[in-house]
Design a protein around this ligand. Structure first.
Ligand SMILES: Cc1cc2nc3c(=O)[nH]c(=O)nc-3n(C[C@H](O)[C@H](O)[C@H](O)COP(=O)(O)OP(=O)(O)OC[C@H]3O[C@@H](n4cnc5c(N)ncnc54)[C@H](O)[C@@H]3O)c2cc1C
Length: 417
């Protein structure tokens, strides 16, 4: 039997594995994909001018609309500062951090490493743990507890996988947005960890809270489902409807408000049909397919109808440096975003609710008592973001709470049984 089983191979899972190995535990990880973590572009650390842990806490609580767990937010914001000691975030020539200001943050707060902090951190941890974690490819379909141990049933299409036994378990299975037809998540993200935790008596919270990414590519087909970063709004980008009219005057609104504004525009019949765009519709189409726009409910419409995300007002040098990946991605499809708008629509992006945990990542029952040996971190949990997540807070969450979950699980596994 191993000490700690980590279920999920995203950044929360690998951070947990890293901490458990550092504590001297034997660790196994079961995963059926790499999840959303390789796509993390940047994350929040309050080390910029005018920023502080207190302001970070205030922004996070405000964004969450009164539904965050203040104890988890306190840990997130306080512990985030240590990430600046651990990671070589990009800096300017004068030594200051290169930062962008995510929607909902009062000041620039998002740091990164070459715009790819998720992939960078995963690669670093995997390199350091090479040969130290038993890796099992597959999907955990059941988790049972009994006799001071957990037994995980694993299924894999390719081969028969024996059950995995462990003293402690960290659930790091990410969210459930992969269940939606039009989403920027991979399909294996189906909320399995929530079901596994519930089967052991865990409480869950805010399961109706899903954050929509306002600007997910609807066309061309090759880019469908890939998000386009919203921070371009601060640099001169805007939204336009099918008539080319600008809408959304408040660029400083949070993602939720922006998604709702786009959905309202589509519902009102002013959306741009995905069919034929942009190749046949040109820049701002006068003609369209009204039958696909304006009739569906706001949350259903984006599959067929979107709006223009127009970055032509962003200075070219900013687009080509700060958003070089987006420029390249569209250019490969024959679209020059310095001259043409992108067709986007809101799509389910992050599930905000999930398993109830305390500040030590112990999974809680409805009466607030912890389930012995069961821990959780990352998007599988609820309470950190409330009803709306600040852009950049998920990356911070997985690094901070993944580490705590691994430490707590190791501590539990090392107790005399
Ligand atoms: C396109 C995109 C870009 C993003 N960019 C940012 C950003 O720049 N900044 C930011 O803060 N946030 C960003 N986010 C959000 C962030 O990526 C996620 O919230 C975060 O990566 C979640 O990490 P995780 O480790 O909890 O889960 P994930 O990274 O999603 O990993 C979940 C893991 O669990 C595995 N799994 C699931 N079910 C099972 C099962 N039953 N058995 C075994 N394994 C299972 C999956 O295969 C996967 O390995 C972005 C999200 C998306 C979709």
């Amino acid at each position: 039997m191993i000490d700690v089983l980590v279920i999920g191979g995203g950044l929360a899972g690998w951070r947990a594995a890293e901490a458990a190995v550092a504590a001297g535990c034997s660790v196994a990880m079961v995963a059926n994909g790499s999840g959303n973590s390789p796509d993390i572009h940047a994350l929040n650390v309050p080390v910029g001018p005018g920023d502080s842990v207190e302001l970070f806490v205030e922004d996070t609580l405000k964004s969450g609309g009164g539904a965050c767990d203040p104890a988890l937010v306190e840990v997130l914001c306080r512990e985030s500062v240590k990430l600046a000691e651990e990671f070589p975030f990009d800096r300017n020539a004068d030594g200051s951090y290169k930062m962008i200001q995510p929607l909902g943050c009062s000041v620039p707060r998002c740091v990164s490493i070459d715009h790819k902090i998720g992939a960078w951190a995963l690669a670093r941890i995997k390199r350091a743990l090479k040969g130290k974690v038993e890796l099992v490819q597959g999907r955990v379909t059941a988790l049972e507890a009994g006799g001071s141990q957990f037994t995980a049933t694993v299924s894999d299409a390719q081969e028969r996988v024996p059950p995995v036994m462990a003293r402690a378990v960290v659930l790091a299975t990410g969210g459930w947005c992969g269940k939606y037809d039009f989403s920027d998540n991979p399909p294996e993200l189906r909320g399995d960890g929530i079901a596994l935790a519930q089967s052991l008596g865990a409480a869950v919270r805010d399961l109706d809270a899903v954050q929509y990414e306002p600007t997910v590519a609807l066309a061309p087909a090759r880019l469908r489902g890939i998000p386009v970063i919203t921070t371009m709004l601060y640099e001169g980008a805007t939204f336009r409807n099918r008539s080319g009219e600008e809408f959304l005057p408040d660029k400083h609104a949070n993602k939720d408000a922006i998604s709702q504004a786009i959905s309202a525009e589509i519902e009102a019949g002013r959306g741009v049909p995905a069919r034929g765009a942009p190749e046949t519709c040109g820049g701002m189409p006068a003609r369209g397919a009204p039958e696909t726009c304006g009739e569906e409910p706001a949350r259903g419409a984006p599959e067929t109808c979107g709006v223009w995300y127009d970055a032509t007002g962003v200075p070219r040098e900013i687009l080509e440096t700060r958003y070089a990946d987006t420029v390249r991605r569209y250019a490969a499809c024959g679209i020059d975003i310095t001259r043409e708008p992108m067709l986007v629509a809101p799509a389910p992006h992050t599930s905000l609710g999930g398993v109830a945990i305390d500040a030590r990542c112990r999974v809680l029952r409805a009466d607030g008592t912890p389930i012995p040996g069961l821990f959780a971190a990352g998007e599988v949990t609820g309470g950190v973001h409330g009803r709306n997540r600040l852009g950049g807070n998920a990356g911070t969450e997985v690094l901070v709470f993944g580490k705590i979950a691994g430490e707590s699980a190791a501590q539990y596994a090392n107790l005399p049984q």
